[in-house]
Design a protein around this ligand. Sequence first.
Ligand code: CO8
Length: 255
Amino acid sequence: MNELLISQNDRVLTLTLNRPQARNALNNALLEDIAQALESAQHDENVGAVVLTGNERFFAAGADLKEMANRDMPATLNDPRPQLWARIERFNKPLLAAVNGYALGAGCELAMLCDIVLAGDNARFGLPEITLGIMPGAGGTQRLIRSVGKALAYKMVLTGEAISAEQAQLAGLVAEVCPQALTLEYTKKLAARIAQHAPLALQAAKTALRQAHELSLSQGLQHERQLFTLLAATEDRQEGIAAFLEKRPAAFKGR
Ligand code: CO8
């Protein structure tokens, strides 16, 4: 069975996790498939944005515990997973998550790695690693606290308890909550609206937003200005402004 389904509508590529028998648990093979799909999407000028989704009950139930069970410390030290996560994180086009049902452990970490998360009203986000005698290991502690703040991050990581879609939205983890049956459709529509913008501007904006967590405010402002200045050299910038002044839709070319 193909465990990652790939489909494309116009400029939106959709990657669907498809391991229902394992509740979409993320084994290394599936992470490799995601990384590869994103790497080829990055070089495909017909792809403007990517949506990552699961099924109506499970986004992903975490790392594959059957695969993890026999991994001792030396094996964990040599685990290819950190490299797989880094490859996914390097994707420089907009990456959206459409989350229905459970996003647990590595599944929650995967959603948090995405730029925008839309959640169905049945979504549950949690980091249950502590209940397994471990802790989050793919960005869970670092990304969660940056997104939801201290109070909720400590509570979620130390109790292992999940939060609802509504709580996740109030806390800033999720951009929008929608009826479960419509999550994927809404996310694809949002991705399509994003994908019509100038690709280099999207890439620069994503880079600048990401740097906000890495740099001081003054460094971040400087970096933002550099990216803004670089965009002045693009044809799409001329086209975007000309189209506005001529009251017509812009035809961006990615140059
Ligand atoms: N890994 C492997 N198999 C799983 C997983 C998983 N994470 N989750 C569910 N399954 C399997 C079950 O073993 C079961 O298989 P089988 O039919 O062979 O017995 C099948 O899926 C169905 O499971 P359930 O009967 O439990 O299904 P339910 O629909 O009743 O419940 C839940 C679904 C709520 C999602 C439940 O399965 C669950 O709680 N799963 C475990 C969630 C969890 O603890 N996730 C955290 C995993 S640890 C992690 O993600 C750490 C990441 C650190 C990464 C570090 C990288 C360097």
